[in-house]
Design a protein around this ligand. Structure first.
Ligand code: M6R
Length: 618
């Protein structure tokens, strides 16, 4: 969850500090409880760290600048062990000041190690699990005289998930990193090298990167990168080019990243769909390195994901079952992992994740693969753990998503799972090629429709300002509108801290209707009247049921749907779109509403309280 940067260059300069500050600004979405930087030069280590958002650290750096240096490590924290205080902020120094460490993850055996160190006379300065690593590495380094070897020997003793970076006062020309389960990637520069918790840490500086595997230690110097396993055996990491545009990670004139990312959505969907049909008109998913005969033999699909990504999976279920006639189950990764799921060689697991680093999802795919299932990852972040640990990765091309609340990645995930569904349908012969092409044509028309919804955002924003004192909002939908309703509710909870629930509209009479009283706002996602009429009419009945009990009905309906408008206090029109593809447009008003309402309440839209962008601990 924390953001990490490591840098080493040739000479003493301001660059290490500049690189670290810039990276922390880009990585803030990974955690924003506190931040800190340590720089290394011939005179030793100097650090600054502060509780609170990055601005607090910047103030401290302005008041007490750090010296010129050749290396730096930096950290932005999402607190696990120990509250968000100055003392618990990273970096953590060893008692003698010879080693500094930053860490992402949880050291599960920290209590035991802490006791051992206390008995050996170490005085702890913080309540964190991380501090044990600083003392252990310093002691090993003092004994061995080699930071990488010290890191390896300590890494072997640690239990849990960790990315650790360390610098030592006696050698300011190298930074050492270790990873087990938590993410770490290497950025390759000219006469300088980088380490990052994800590629966003260094995309402004280089697009050349190396993936690190499980249980590996990396040493970067200005001229070299050396990777070994925890026992010191050399490892050849895989090189890749980062195809994200660094400018995509700046606000570009929008008040918040979320506003910008909502506006990026037509492109996110367009780019995800790009180049997926061959000249011969066949679906082509080049990244899908799974043999077609295996895909034909699949008898069940299990989608695993968390949060918004799981709602993308719920949408995919309707489309894939319809197109491919394969049963699709959608599971929250953390629930899947800790029961005894029935998966085998005939199961295709689809793991959906923006970050590619969600620990619950990582654990679930490992479990699925142990049972013999093939795993296809639908991921946005290149070089991420989920992409690397899956049998195949189908990339969404949403670009970097910085706001904690997922928007463009959600739409790109839905688009990518449609592609997967169509590809499977073609491979399994459940759709004719011309049917597949017709869906692709409809999909290609969607980005312009999303743009039209965004163009009409002023009315949604007005409603949001007017409703800023709401204390509860309900969302209803049927069929693919149901996951859209849940996503609308999640956006409002996480951004505006308003109690919100998404329900299957058909479930109303089984309980939730008791919540309706005078003035209760209820968003209703209405299916197309041209699709399955039955569905449309049933949702209209649901609107009438809640309206009859005093609800204020806020309806998302297809342009021209007069019947829906007749039952609405307010209507948000979305362009005509085939039922299965409709979530790509119908969720957009709900995203804009939540974003605008949080802004109207004066809340931090991009960094909602208690949340982090990628949840890298279970
Ligand atoms: O990076 P992932 O897609 O795996 O993240 C999954 C969820 O943590 C994420 O979608 C979360 O629910 C978002 N904050 C929702 O806006």
């Amino acid at each position: 969850m924390c953001g990490i940067i490591g840098y080493v260059g040739r000479e003493n300069s301001e660059r290490p500090l500049e690189v670290a500050r810039e990276a922390l600004a880009r990585l803030q979405y990974r955690g924003y409880d506190s931040a800190g930087i340590v720089v290394a030069n011939e005179l030793g280590l100097s650090f600054a760290k502060r509780a609170g958002k990055l601005a607090a650290l910047e103030e401290q750096l302005a008041a007490h600048p750090l010296p010129l240096a050749s290396a730096a490590i930096g950290h932005t924290r999402w607190a696990t062990h120990g509250g968000p205080t100055d003392r618990n902020a990273h970096p953590h120094m060893s008692q003698d000041g010879s080693v500094a460490v930053v860490h992402n993850g949880i050291l599960e055996n920290h209590a035991l190690l802490r006791q051992e160190l206390i008995e050996a006379g170490v005085e702890f300065q913080s309540e964190t699990d991380t501090e044990v690593a600083a003392h252990l590495i310093a002691r090993a380094h003092a004994a061995i005289g080699d930071l990488a070897q010290a890191m390896r020997s300590v890494a072997r003793r640690l239990e849990g998930a960790f990315t650790l970076l360390a610098v030592a006062a006696d050698n300011p020309h190298l930074v050492v990193g270790a990873r087990r389960t938590s993410p770490l990637v290497v950025g390759l520069g000219e006469g300088e090298n980088f380490l990052g918790s994800d590629v966003a840490a260094f995309i402004a500086r280089t697009d050349q990167a190396l993936e690190l595997g499980q249980d590996q230690v990396v040493t970067i110097t200005p001229e070299s990168v050396t990777v070994t396993d925890f026992d010191g055996r050399a490892v050849e990491p895989r090189r890749f080019t980062v195809d994200w545009d660094a400018s995509a990670a700046v606000k570009g004139g929008f008040p918040t990243f979320m506003d910008k990312e909502i506006h990026d959505q037509p492109n996110a969907v367009r780019d995800t769909l790009l180049g997926r049909v061959s000249r011969a008109g066949r679906m082509q998913l080049d990244e899908l390195r799974i043999d077609e005969s295996l895909l034909r033999a699949v008898d069940k699909i299990v989608v695993i994901a968390c949060g918004t990504a799981s709602y993308a999976g719920q949408v995919a279920k309707y489309a894939i079952e319809h197109w491919c006639r394969i049963p699709v189950e959608v599971e929250l990764a953390h629930e899947f992992r800790y029961r005894d799921p029935v998966v085998d060689q005939q199961t295709l697991v689809v793991a959906i994740s923006q970050s590619g680093e969600t620990m619950d999802t990582i654990m679930a795919i490992r479990h699925a693969r142990e049972q013999g299932a093939k795993v296809v990852a639908v991921v946005n972040t290149m070089g991420s753990t989920i992409a690397r640990e899956s049998d195949a990765a189908l990339y969404t091309h949403a670009g970097p998503e910085v706001a904690v609340a997922s928007t463009k990645a959600f739409l790109a995930q839905i688009a990518a799972t449609y592609l997967l569904g169509l590809y499977l349908a073609e491979a399994r012969g459940t759709m004719f090629p011309d049917e597949v092409r017709s869906v692709m044509r409809e999909l290609d028309a969607v980005p312009a429709k999303i743009q039209r919804v965004i163009d009409g955002e002023a009315a949604i924003r007005r409603l949001a300002s007017e409703m800023k004192d709401a204390t509860s909002v309900l969302f209803l939908g049927r069929h693919v509108g149901y996951p859209v309703a849940m996503e609308g509710a999640l956006k409002l909870k996480e951004l505006a801290y308003i109690h919100a629930e998404g329900f299957a509209a058909g479930e109303l009479k089984h309980g939730p209707i008791a919540l309706i009283d005078q003035g209760q706002p209820v968003f209703v996602v209405v299916p197309s009247p041209r699709g399955r009429d039955v569905l449309h009419d049933k949702v209209l009945s649901n609107i009438q049921e809640v309206r009859a009990r005093g609800a204020r009905t806020l309806v998302v309906a297809e342009e021209g749907d007069r019947a829906a408008a007749a039952h609405a206090d307010t209507v948000f029109w979305v362009p005509r779109t085939p039922t299965l593809l409709a979530p790509l447009v119908s969720v957009v008003p709900l995203q804009i509403f939540a974003c605008a309402l949080a802004s109207a309440k004066g809340l931090d839209v991009d960094q909602p309280r208690n949340l982090a962008k990628s949840v890298t601990v279970e």
